[in-house]
Design a binder for this molecule. Structure first.
Ligand code: PMP
Length: 416
C-alpha cells in the first residue's frame, strides 16, 4: 500500500471499507450468510431460536471430558501441544475408520485426512477442484456453509430439486446434460444424503444406487457430506454412498454432532491420489490440525462409551423432533407444509402461497421466535416461501412455545 492510500484509510471501527477496490475477485462471493446475521438477534434469551443448528453439548458428560483433557495434558502434553502431521493423528484415523464402519464403509486409515471440522474438508475439496465458473451440483435447498464455500471459489452452483425421498435422480441427470450442453465443466455433486441440512429428508436406498450410477456414468465425482448419518431416530443407520463406490465418492465426516463441534474435528475420506492433494492443501492452509483436539477426541473414543452417547443424543433429538412435529400439526394454519425428518436436526417448512419468510422474519422476532429464511439455502434466489426450523437446541417446551409463536405470526400474515 502506498502512503497516499494510507492517508485515506478510515479510522478504526469505521464501516466504510477502504480496501473494497483491491479485493480479489473471489472475495466478492464472501458475504455474511443470513444465518450468521441472525445469530445476534436469535441469541437474546426471550427469543425462542429455531434458527441455529447447534448440537446440545450440555448433554455430554462434561466433567468426564474435563478429566480426560487434563489427563491428556499430564500424560501426553509434549505430543498434544506439538505440531502434528498434515494428514492427522494415525491412531485417530484408525478410530475414524471404525466409526465409518457403522455406515458400511470399509476403509483404511491411510485414506483419511483429518480436518478442522468437515467445513474445512469442504473448503479443501472445493479449492482442489473448482476454477471460477465450474459447476457444482447441489441439492436445492443445500447447506448454507457449503454454498458459502462454493461462492468463495466462484463456483457456479446448479441446484437439483428434491422430494421426500431426497435428490431426484432424473433431475440430476438432466442438470448434468444441460450444464454440459452449455459448455460448462461439471466438477462434482455435493450432497448431504442423510437427514439433510436444511430439508431434513433422506435419500432412499434405491435412489442412492441411481445417483451413483448417474454420476459414475457421467464421470462426475460425488462429495458426500454426512455429519448427521449416525443420528437416526429409529436406530437404523443408512449405508453411506461411499460404501458402494470407493473410487467415485469423497466422504466428509465430523465429530461435531456425535461428540462436540468445539473440538473442530472432521475428516475427508478420499480415493488415494486425491488424498495426497488433500494433505498438501491441508498443509498449505494450516500446516496441521490441532494435535491437542485430535488426541482429545481419540482419548474420548478410547475411554468413553461413545456408541451409548450417540444413542443418548438420538433419543434426545428424537424427543425434540416429536415436540416440533406434534406442535406444527396442532398449530400451523392450513396451507403450511413441512418435512418429517427421521433423524438429524431440521424441519423444512413451506408457507402458504403469497407469504415471504424473509419479509416475515422481523415480525417473528418481534413475537420472540426466530427461524432461518429459505433463500439462504439456495444460490439462485429461490426459497422465499420456505424456512428452516431446528429442533436440536431448545428444550421440548421451548420448541412448543416457539412453534406457537410462529403459528401466531403466520396467522397474522394471512389475515393481512
Ligand atoms: N456439513 C453440514 C451439512 C453441516 O450441517 C455442517 C454443520 N452445520 C457442516 C458440514 C460443518 O460441520 P463441522 O465443520 O462442524 O464438522
Amino acid at each position: 500500500m502506498s502512503y497516499g492510500q494510507e492517508e485515506t484509510r478510515q479510522p478504526q471501527g469505521s464501516r466504510i471499507d477502504a480496501y473494497v477496490d483491491q479485493y480479489a475477485a473471489r472475495a466478492r462471493g464472501m458475504v455474511a450468510s443470513e444465518v450468521r446475521a441472525l445469530f445476534a438477534v436469535a441469541s437474546r434469551p426471550e427469543v425462542v431460536s429455531l434458527a441455529g443448528g447447534m448440537p446440545y453439548v450440555t448433554a455430554l458428560p462434561l466433567d468426564t471430558v474435563g478429566e480426560l483433557v487434563q489427563d491428556l495434558v499430564s500424560r501426553r502434553g509434549p505430543v498434544a501441544l506439538q505440531y502434528g502431521s498434515g494428514q492427522g493423528d494415525p491412531h485417530l484415523r484408525e478410530q475414524i475408520c471404525e466409526v465409518m464402519r457403522l455406515e458400511g464403509i470399509d476403509a483404511g486409515p491411510d485414506d483419511v485426512v483429518v480436518t478442522v471440522g468437515s467445513q474445512q474438508a469442504l473448503d479443501l475439496v472445493t479449492r482442489i477442484f473448482i476454477d471460477p465458473g465450474d459447476v457444482v451440483l447441489a441439492e436445492g435447498p443445500s447447506y448454507v456453509g457449503a454454498l458459502g464455500t462454493f461462492a468463495a471459489y466462484q463456483a457456479n452452483v446448479v441446484h437439483v430439486p428434491m422430494d421426500s425421498e431426497g435428490l431426484i435422480p432424473e433431475a440430476l441427470a438432466e442438470a448434468i446434460t444441460t450444464a454440459r450442453a452449455a459448455g460448462r465443466r461439471v466438477k462434482f455433486l455435493y450432497t448431504v444424503p442423510t437427514f439433510q441440512n436444511p430439508a431434513g429428508v433422506t435419500l432412499s436406498a434405491a435412489r442412492r444406487r441411481r445417483v451413483l450410477e448417474i454420476c459414475n456414468g457421467a464421470g462426475v465425482l460425488v462429495v458426500e457430506d454426512n455429519p448427521y448419518g449416525l443420528l437416526s431416530f429409529d436406530g437404523d443407520t443408512m449405508r453411506a454412498l461411499r460404501a458402494d463406490d470407493p473410487e467415485g465418492v469423497v466422504y466428509l465426516g465430523s465429530f461435531s454432532k456425535t461428540l462436540a463441534p468445539g473440538f473442530r474435528v472432521g475428516w475427508a475420506l478420499a480415493p488415494h491420489a486425491l488424498r495426497d492433494k488433500l494433505v498438501l492443501a491441508m498443509e498449505s492452509a494450516v500446516l496441521s490440525h490441532s494435535a491437542f483436539s485430535q488426541l482429545a477426541v481419540g482419548q474420548y473414543l478410547t475411554t468413553q462409551p461413545w456408541r451409548e452417547q450417540i444413542k443418548d443424543f438420538r433419543e434426545l433429538y428424537s424427543e425434540r423432533r416429536d415436540a416440533m412435529l406434534s406442535s406444527l400439526e396442532a398449530l400451523m394454519p392450513a396451507g403450511c407444509t413441512w418435512t418429517r425428518p427421521a433423524g438429524g436436526f431440521f424441519v423444512w417448512m413451506t408457507l402458504p402461497e403469497g407469504l415471504d419468510s424473509k419479509a416475515m422474519l422481523p415480525r417473528a422476532v418481534n413475537a420472540r421466535v426466530a427461524y432461518v429464511p429459505g433463500t439462504g439455502f439456495f444460490a439462485d434466489g429461490k426459497g422465499s416461501r420456505q424456512m428452516r426450523l431446528s429442533y436440536c437446541y431448545p428444550e421440548p417446551d421451548r420448541i412448543r412455545e416457539g412453534v406457537r409463536r410462529l403459528a401466531g405470526v403466520i396467522e397474522q400474515e394471512l389475515a393481512v
